[in-house]
Write a protein that binds this ligand. Structure first.
Ligand code: SF4
Length: 622
């Protein structure tokens, strides 16, 4: 058997209930590794142009990477890939926690779901065994209640990934939540509406446990390579800041540059930032720090709200929930934001898209585009925490105005019109995370070109730009003056997109890019699999995966016109702060990026580039 892999991928036909096993050849594994890379290969081959994302022909693919479930640092991740109901394009989300490791140790590298089940089911995987079980009694239950009931049925040692009512209701940005061991807990595979696809298939959960070990080619070398990297991460500045302050550690750094989106991106300076910062969390609500599988960092937060009506405890908040429910909605009530995060864990909602869509609705209301008639009498005003919480609940339940907002910012804007598309803050339909590119121009290029839409972790250029932190091989000096559009820096975006595509393929947490380089990962992959895998292979593999994702989108009809930003970022100068007067001049950056990529001027990968990457079989497809 191959090392690094369990050697089995499940194929579950939900329409018939038939479960089979298969596994790709070694050459395919070397080309796409696993995780998001391998899942995208399946998606490209099996989900053709024009398939309805919420129909039976779409597939939902869970995949671990070769490093998932090994002791190398922060490698407990799994990826979910499908055609996204939010963007209509290549969709992907991933999460850490413990479920991915439990699934792999149950004897499988991945599972491909196809068809639609006639009634709700969940999948159990356990030491080489896989079985579908009735989930009628779980339908309508929250993520933590689903997890509790499944553990009661199967045993406490099972780990669960599931959807809540948002996924059942096919909210277009519903998330898959794993490890919801207690009320309000959970890690989220949040982006692109993977939870909605799961709901459309009437698949409530996957419960996994196992004792099977990941085989290692060179045990001693892998142990040594792992220990060295684990020690480096343990001693890093990354650990010191993330462990103490969580992901909220970056909030002050972004706000001080004038790039913390506030009032639906009307400004980048949030005056309430001190009330919701990493320090505020530590002082007011933090009860415990929490690590994912094999992670020395522990950036997770367990928090306790003490004040009614938001009292309760749970997992969160994260920087992105502080950005979307906080800055974007202009709310500085930390307990309200934390409560919104708890609700997203329970309902299974993406915090970025939920908060961002609510902020967009607040501006529509401010401008009279949405009225009390549309909202059922609700005054959707910036700065009102109670309204924000009520809207999260309405969205998950598709209740009243929530039914419209459940479609996501792009769809709401298209329905309302009246100029609202100017401040509908999404790229390709995916709502933007909390870094304003007018305050760091390269971020704008990264948002515009990310294959899954407006995303900050496809090419984590926020590290060397907003945070002045080296990331992989990229130094702060490589990005130059962050308020300038420098075409040569477009190569940084390309290189980081390629590198991070490999992180998603091997099962590694992207925070590790602040400590470990391509050489480090190549050494770990080599000693694990027994392949000669170099840093050059790492980069080439990433580029191959990235181009395959792009090819999926091009086949769906994506063009250069889609690689853009909301008009607000292109035309409305920031009104205050260090980036006052700035907009993003995207086109010169995009021209340079396409050249570095070997794509034509319309953003289509050229045949010679696809041949160079061993992807000649897709030339006829696009
Ligand atoms: S750094 Fe944070 S998100 Fe990443 S694996 Fe560790 S605890 Fe999980």
């Amino acid at each position: 058997m191959l090392c690094g892999y369990m050697g089995k991928i499940l194929r579950v036909n939900l329409s018939t209930g038939k479960i089979t096993e298969e596994f790709p050849d070694e050459n395919t594994l070397k080309m796409f590794l696993g995780g998001s890379g391998l899942a995208t290969k399946y998606l490209f081959d099996e989900v053709g142009k024009g398939v309805d994302p919420l129909g039976p022909a779409n597939k939902l693919i869970f995949m671990t990477g070769p490093l998932t479930g090994t002791p190398s640092p922060s490698t407990g991740r799994y990826t979910v890939v499908s055609k996204s109901p939010l963007t209509g394009l290549w969709g992907q989300a991933n999460a850490a926690g413990f479920w991915g490791t439990a699934f792999k140790r149950s004897g499988f590298d991945g599972v491909i779901f196809e068809g639609v089940s006639p009634s709700p089911v969940y999948l159990v995987t356990d030491d080489g065994r896989a079985e579908l079980k009735d989930a009628k009694h779980l339908w309508g239950k929250s993520t933590s209640e689903t997890t509790r009931l499944i553990k009661k049925e199967l045993g406490e040692d099972f780990k669960v990934a599931c959807i809540g009512i948002a996924g059942e209701n096919m909210v277009k940005y519903a998330a898959i939540i794993n490890d919801a061991e207690k009320p309000n807990w959970g890690r989220a595979a949040g982006r692109c509406g993977m939870g909605a696809v799961m709901g459309s298939k009437r698949l409530k959960a996957i419960a996994s446990k196992g004792t099977m070990k990941v085989r290692v080619a060179n045990e001693e070398a892998f142990r040594e390579e792992t220990k060295k990297r684990y020690d480096w991460v343990n001693e890093s500045l990354l650990k010191m800041s993330l462990e103490v302050y969580g992901t909220a550690a970056v909030l002050d750094l972004v706000n001080v540059r004038g790039g913390f989106p506030t009032r639906n991106w009307q400004t980048g300076v949030f005056r309430g930032a001190d009330n919701i910062s990493g320090t505020a969390i530590v002082e007011k609500i933090l009860t415990e720090r929490k690590a994912c599988f094999a992670c020395p960092i522990a950036c997770g937060r367990l928090s306790e709200n003490k004040t009614a009506p938001y009292a309760g405890s749970g997992e969160g908040p994260e920087y992105e929930s502080l950005g979307s429910f906080g800055g974007m909605c202009e709310i500085d009530d930390l307990e309200a934001i934390t409560y919104a995060h708890f609700l997203c864990n329970e309902y299974g909602l993406d915090v970025i898209s939920a908060g961002s869509t609510i902020a967009f609705a607040m501006e529509c209301y401010e401008k009279g585009i949405l009225t009390k008639k549309d909202t059922g009498g609700l005054e959707i005003k910036f700065g009102d925490p109670n309204v924000m919480i009520e809207l999260v609940q309405k969205i998950a339940k598709r209740d009243g105005i929530g039914n419209l907002l459940a479609e996501g910012t792009k769809a709401v804007s298209e329905k309302l019109n009246k100029g609202s598309e100017r401040f509908a803050m999404h790229v390709k339909g995916l709502e933007l995370p909390a870094y304003d590119p007018r305050a760091a121009k390269l971020t704008g290029l990264a948002y515009a070109t990310a294959n899954r839409g407006g995303c900050h972790i496809t090419a984590y250029v926020e590290g060397p730009t907003f945070l002045s932190t080296p990331y992989l091989i990229v130094e702060q000096s490589d990005v130059g003056d962050i308020l300038q559009e420098i075409p040569e820096t477009a190569k940084v975006v390309k290189d980081m997109e390629d590198a991070l595509a490999v992180f998603d393929a091997i099962g590694a947490c992207k925070f590790m890019g602040m400590v470990l380089t391509a050489e480090d990962w190549a050494a770990l992959i080599s000693s694990l699999t027994g392949w000669e895998f170099t840093a050059a292979d790492f980069r080439k593999t990433g580029e191959r995966i990235y181009n395959l994702e792009r090819a999926f989108n091009v086949r769906e009809g994506l063009t250069r016109a889609d690689d853009t930003l909301p008009k607000r970022l292109l035309e409305e100068p920031l009104p205050e702060g260090p980036a006052k007067g700035q907009v993003v001049n995207l086109e010169p950056l995009l021209d340079a990026y396409y050249k570095y990529r070997g794509w034509d001027e319309n953003g289509r990968p050229k045949p010679e580039k696809l041949k160079e990457l061993g992807l000649e079989w897709i030339i006829k497809e696009i």
